[in-house]
Design a protein around this ligand. Structure first.
Ligand code: SF4
Length: 415
């Protein structure tokens, strides 16, 4: 749920327009690739969420998964013809949703068999799956482990029962502890947890309680993000009607800084606005996204990047199934691809990370200098007040600057 303090990393499609025509991929000369898969079912729909999803119906899920198998085979064919004999290695594989922990395990096994047969998976593959606490079981963890999953992303969100209810989350706090206990018992050491801040009625003391309880789960990665109001969601209606109220911008800023400070003191390094990791435990998948590295998308509404153009698959599970099953075609929607869009997007994504922008890479990729895009007066001012740091061939935001990354990027790129 991207907002001021959100990455929205895997599914987000930043600032680009789409055109509906379908084209053949033009994969670049990269030798590595990520895969993102969107599983579009949940057991219950949360009132704040605008991801593409619907309530799980096992019969429909079966038809969807059969379509996903076709999608995967077709994508492998496209890749093979685009790359000729130089098939890239898949270095990260990420299954998000939706609630992938609900997936039919037999069909999941069939799918992973196709992935293994049709793609070249790296020996050092990072394979992540998102789990919701209430649907994490010994059975699905075992199947995921056997399939090669080596990283879990667990949707904890809050340790306050009232807040969980307010968000329409299905799980209870005890489910969270049980899910993490099971994961650890099954040998998963590498797991991330999501925590939301800026909940209605949240106080600094409540946030502190959430952060302390989160620590008890011993994660090595935390996604700490702000609750934002998405259009046409039940949360938006409740706010419009005055039924609930979110903290204001100043309170949000205090919550964010409190969380950042707490996590830093506990040994987590912030490497992107909402991403915090113990040493060596950053999400490689998300990092590739921020660095604009190629990613193959599978499943309705999933976003991909072929190295030159971004695209998504149609955000309609019915049409997704129909196009694949009846037309034997992937329902791709390609984004507009102006050089200006790509450069702007590269800067926006880069400045949200602590690594910042590698200015040489920018120059090599676009044949232009990043500074050509900046408002020069604003650039000088931001450097002078210590928000922007140009150093060692990189351009990044300071700690203070990162807290206001969106505003700063906006000012910097103003025409
Ligand atoms: S479980 Fe996740 S994807 Fe499903 S509705 Fe809730 S927030 Fe959205």
């Amino acid at each position: 749920m991207p907002g001021r303090y959100n990455s929205g990393a895997v599914r987000q499609n930043p600032k680009s327009k789409s055109s509906p025509e379908s084209k053949t991929r033009s994969f670049p000369s990269e030798d590595s690739l990520s895969i993102y898969v969107h599983y579009p079912f949940c057991s219950k729909l949360c009132g704040y969420c605008d991801f593409h999803k619907s309530v799980l119906d096992r019969r429909r899920e079966k038809i969807f998964l059969e379509a996903l198998l076709i999608d995967t085979e077709l994508a492998a064919d496209e890749l093979r013809s685009a790359y000729k004999n130089r098939i890239p290695e898949i270095t990260t594989l990420y299954i998000g949703g939706g609630t992938p922990s609900l997936i039919d395990l037999k069909l999941f096994e069939k799918w992973i068999e196709i992935v293994r047969r049709r793609f070249k998976l790296s020996d050092n593959l990072e394979f992540t799956i998102e789990l919701n606490p209430e649907s994490t079981t010994k059975e699905n963890l075992e199947v995921f482990r056997q399939a090669g999953v080596n990283r879990l992303s667990i949707g904890v969100q809050s340790f306050d029962s009232e807040s969980l209810k307010l968000l329409d989350r299905r799980h209870r706090i005890i489910d969270t502890h049980r899910a993490v206990y099971l994961a650890r018992a099954m040998g998963f050491e590498n797991y991330s947890v999501d925590l939301i801040f800026g909940l209605p009625g949240q106080t600094p003391a409540k946030l502190q309680d959430d952060l302390e309880e989160l620590l008890e789960l011993e994660p090595n990665h935390v996604s700490f993000y702000q609750l934002t109001v998405k259009e046409q969601t039940p949360l938006e209606s409740k706010i419009k009607s005055g039924e609930i109220k979110l903290p204001d911008d100043d309170e949000m800023a205090i919550f964010y800084e409190t969380g950042c400070q707490f996590l830093a003191e506990e040994g987590f390094e912030r490497y992107e606005i909402s991403s915090f990791a113990r040493k060596g435990k950053r999400s490689r998948h998300n990092q590739r996204y921020w660095e604009s590295k190629p990613c193959l998308a599978l499943g309705p509404s999933a976003h991909g990047f072929d190295g030159q153009k971004r695209y998504s698959l149609i955000a309609d599970t019915g049409e997704y199934i129909e196009t694949l099953t009846n037309d034997h075609r992937r329902p791709l929607i390609w984004d507009e691809n102006t050089l200006q869009n790509r450069m702007t997007e590269h800067i926006m994504l880069g400045l949200r990370t602590t690594a910042g922008i590698d200015r040489k890479v920018f120059n090599e990729r676009f044949g232009r200098s990043d500074s050509e895009l900046f408002d020069q007066d604003e650039f000088a001012r931001l450097v002078e007040i210590g928000y922007l740091i140009p150093s060692g061939g990189k351009l990044c935001l300071s700690d203070k600057g990162l807290n206001m990354a969106d505003e700063i990027t906006h000012r910097l790129l103003a025409d």
